[in-house]
Design a protein around this ligand. Structure first.
Ligand SMILES: Cc1cc2nc3c(=O)[nH]c(=O)nc-3n(C[C@H](O)[C@H](O)[C@H](O)COP(=O)(O)OP(=O)(O)OC[C@H]3O[C@@H](n4cnc5c(N)ncnc54)[C@H](O)[C@@H]3O)c2cc1C
Length: 307
């Protein structure tokens, strides 16, 4: 029996692990892929306090993982496929084992939103990508398109311009949502061509991406762009399928918590990008994880588990 099981080993889960382990709680982090979550796929994190020299996402993730282990949190690689949150002792089923715990922290994170186009899934890894920092280096001397208008889209276009001779930034509006500092750098970059008021209608190609068909939403005119790759940066969707019908969420699937990260079930907390909140970043994921672990520890102290 564990005191605290944390599902998800991103910034939120690892920070909860640091606080849980350091409090002397028997703590288990279950991560289905690799520790660090989205942060580990980010090239540079330059807004996390404490690093005046920019830290790479993988380095930051590795440091968080090492810190959680240092304080005694156990980290395993398994996919959680079911949970029971209705009894006092929570049950967590993975594809391999069943675990029991007094408390549960849901740090399930989020995944990039898809455009929903034919061939989008088929060409994932064959010209369609959701992570410029992971795949950008494959686009040396090849033309790329980025879809989106927020910080991630602009960062992706800037990153790709290190490799690609030309990067189209396709946005459905006529101005970017991205922060001014990013906009200014992007507008000054002559490798980036902005395609305003446009959406992607189709992906062209047989075995991999050879082009995309875009439509101007104001004029209704469609045209084809010859590109070797399309990077999609149009937001994220929460990884909340696991808890559907078991834990209260918003209409969009984000878990509802109080200020102490408590969900609508006693002993069950949520932290990070999967939670309904205003800002989804490494710093806020880490903060949520710390609060959730602290609140869980207090709950364990105040609850009689012998009944
Ligand atoms: C390209 C990109 C660039 C970014 N740049 C920045 C930046 O510069 N600065 C910044 O502060 N933030 C940045 N962010 C946002 C930041 O990475 C996230 O806000 C933060 O990592 C969220 O952490 P998290 O722990 O909540 O979720 P995640 O990082 O999504 O981690 C959740 C983890 O849970 C695991 N998981 C999910 N379901 C299960 C299951 N059933 N069983 C087991 N494990 C499961 C997932 O595999 C994942 O590892 C960026 C994000 C992206 C995608």
């Amino acid at each position: 029996m564990y005191d605290m099981i944390i599902i998800g080993g991103g910034a939120a889960g690892l920070t909860a692990g640091i606080y849980g382990g350091r409090s002397g709680l028997k703590t288990l982090i279950i991560e289905k892929m690799f520790a660090g979550g989205q942060a580990a796929t980010t090239y540079e994190v330059d807004n996390y306090p404490g690093f005046d020299e920019t830290v790479t996402g993988p380095d930051l993730a590795m440091k968080m993982e090492a810190q959680a282990k240092k304080f005694g949190a156990e980290i395993i690689t398994e996919d959680v496929i079911d949970i029971n949150v209705d009894s006092k002792i929570k049950i967590v089923k993975t594809s391999r084992n069943t675990y029991l715990s007094k408390t549960l922290i849901l740090a399930l994170g989020a995944n990039p939103r898809e455009l929903g186009l034919d061939k989008e899934r088929k060409f994932r890894g064959a010209g369609v990508s959701y992570c410029a920092t992971c795949d950008g280096a494959f686009y040396r001397d090849r033309v790329a398109a980025v879809v989106g208008g927020g910080d991630t889209a602009v960062e992706d276009a800037l990153f790709l311009s290190r490799f690609s001779p030309k990067v189209y930034l396709i946005h459905r509006r006529d101005q970017l949502r991205a922060a001014k500092v990013l906009r200014d750098v992007a507008f000054a970059n002559d490798k980036i061509e902005f395609v305003w008021d446009s959406v992607v209608e189709a992906i062209e190609g047989e075995e991999n991406v050879e082009g995309i068909k875009i439509k101007n939403v104001k004029t209704g005119v469609s045209k084809e762009l010859k590109v070797d790759g399309m990077f999609v940066a149009v937001g994220v969707v929460p990884n909340s399928d696991l808890i559907k019908g078991k834990i209260e969420t918003t209409d969009r699937g984000y878990i509802v918590t109080d200020a102490n990260m408590l969900t609508n079930k006693p002993g069950v907390y949520a932290a990070g990008d999967v939670r309904d909140k205003i800002l989804r970043q490494v710093i806020t994921a880490a903060a949520d994880g710390a609060i959730a672990a602290f609140a869980a520890e207090r709950y364990i102290t105040e609850t009689d588990f012998n009944m």
